[in-house]
Design a protein around this ligand. Structure first.
Ligand code: ATP
Ligand code: MG
Length: 335
């Protein structure tokens, strides 16, 4: 703490620049200043002094100059599949505490194929998949159509369009080429799981992880797709509806909560995460789609903020809770 007695919190983030975009969704993972200010206001309301730290390549010097007690990490990073790890790795190197998962968890989680392999090794069900490094790779015959094609290491449904589900090889190879050519990374091809979609927010650590009410996302099949494409996410007010808590039988609810808890634990997440899953119409079982240990925090829009509200937590309470989970973990005084 500094003289003011207030906890000095650095807030790391990456901003949309709105320039030189080759794809409409190029900056989907970055944030607007409004969101950064909303987090800043919440931290200030909780009694912290906040230093804004845009996570550009100049951040190394900025972090060293600012002398903060802890960082609220919201930075997506700059480039590569390990980009979300860049700030946590730097903070760890400088022995500065930070909120959320560390660089190893963030790197694995952002790489969908790696994350699926890790959880599958602990018997978590996840759709069968194959990574295409080139448009010439041969399709594994064990995969059954329909298949969804996604960039392997993105979020915010970046690269997922309304026609991203292939019903035959021609469609598949066209979609794979589109990802490899436009998103500078391999494509992950997964069996498309027909069934209800849920997302589960979690807060805390170890045995004290709190599983927030499970949220169901229902898609308007008549006007949109049956899944969360970039377009559907952008127009979610019109094309989806959210039910939180979801209508589930006690058995389904228990199964989903246990499933989410295990995944959080296997990937060694810290403080906060959101897991996306589908309950298969075929076998009634949950299938892991992906995990977001650095979930979006746009008030009233990002899934976690909607879930938190339904659990009686206002936006400012959610931000304070994430910070407090980290403070507890570092054995620092909570606010
Ligand atoms: N194997 C699958 N079966 C059915 N639907 C899927 C599958 N994979 C992805 N989807 C659909 O596509 C959406 C986006 O996929 P995914 O969650 O992997 O992308 P993302 O960009 O990482 O999302 P986020 O914005 O949550 O970070 C899912 O919410 C779901 O609707
Ligand atoms: Mg998702």
């Amino acid at each position: 703490m500094e003289d003011s007695g207030k906890l000095r919190v650095g807030l790391t983030y990456n901003l949309k620049k709105h320039e030189n975009l080759s794809n409409e969704d190029d900056e989907a993972e970055y944030d607007d200043m409004d969101t950064v200010n909303a987090i800043k206001n919440a931290l200030e309301k909780a009694g912290c002094e906040v230093c804004l730290m845009e996570a550009t390549s100049r951040i190394v010097n900025i972090i060293q100059e600012k002398d903060v007690d802890i960082v609220f990490n919201f930075a997506e990073g700059l480039k590569g599949r390990g980009r979300e790890s860049q700030i946590p790795a730097l903070l760890n190197m400088l022995c500065i505490p930070f909120t959320g998962s560390d660089e190893t968890t963030l790197a694995v989680a952002l790489d969908k194929a790696l994350a699926k392999r890790v959880v599958a090794s602990e018997n978590i069900r996840t759709p069968k998949f194959q990574v295409f490094f080139s448009g010439k790779d041969k399709l594994n015959r064990k995969l059954k159509f329909p298949l969804i094609v996604k960039p392997n290491a993105e979020g915010s449904s970046k690269g997922i369009i309304d026609t991203s589900v292939a019903n035959n090889e021609d469609e598949l190879y066209r979609l794979v080429a589109r990802i490899i050519d436009n998103y500078d990374q391999p494509a992950i091809v997964e069996e498309f799981i027909e069934g209800r979609e849920f997302t589960v927010g979690m807060l805390g650590n170890g045995d004290d992880v709190e599983i927030l009410p499970v949220m169901e996302i229902t898609f308007d099949h008549t006007r949109g797709t049956g899944f969360y494409s970039y377009n559907v996410k952008k127009n979610s007010e019109k094309l989806t509806s959210y039910t939180c808590p979801a209508h589930l039988t006690a058995k389904e609810e228990k199964m989903i909560r246990n499933f989410a808890f295990r995944i959080f634990d296997i990937l060694e997440c810290k403080d906060v995460a959101r897991i996306d899953l589908r309950l298969s119409r075929m076998d009634g079982k949950p299938y892991f789609l992906e995990i977001n240990p650095l979930p979006g925090l746009i008030d009233g829009y990002s899934d976690l903020t909607i879930i938190a509200k339904s659990a009686g937590m206002e936006y400012k309470d959610l931000i304070k809770r994430i910070l407090n989970e980290a403070l507890k973990r570092y054995r620092m005084q909570t606010i």
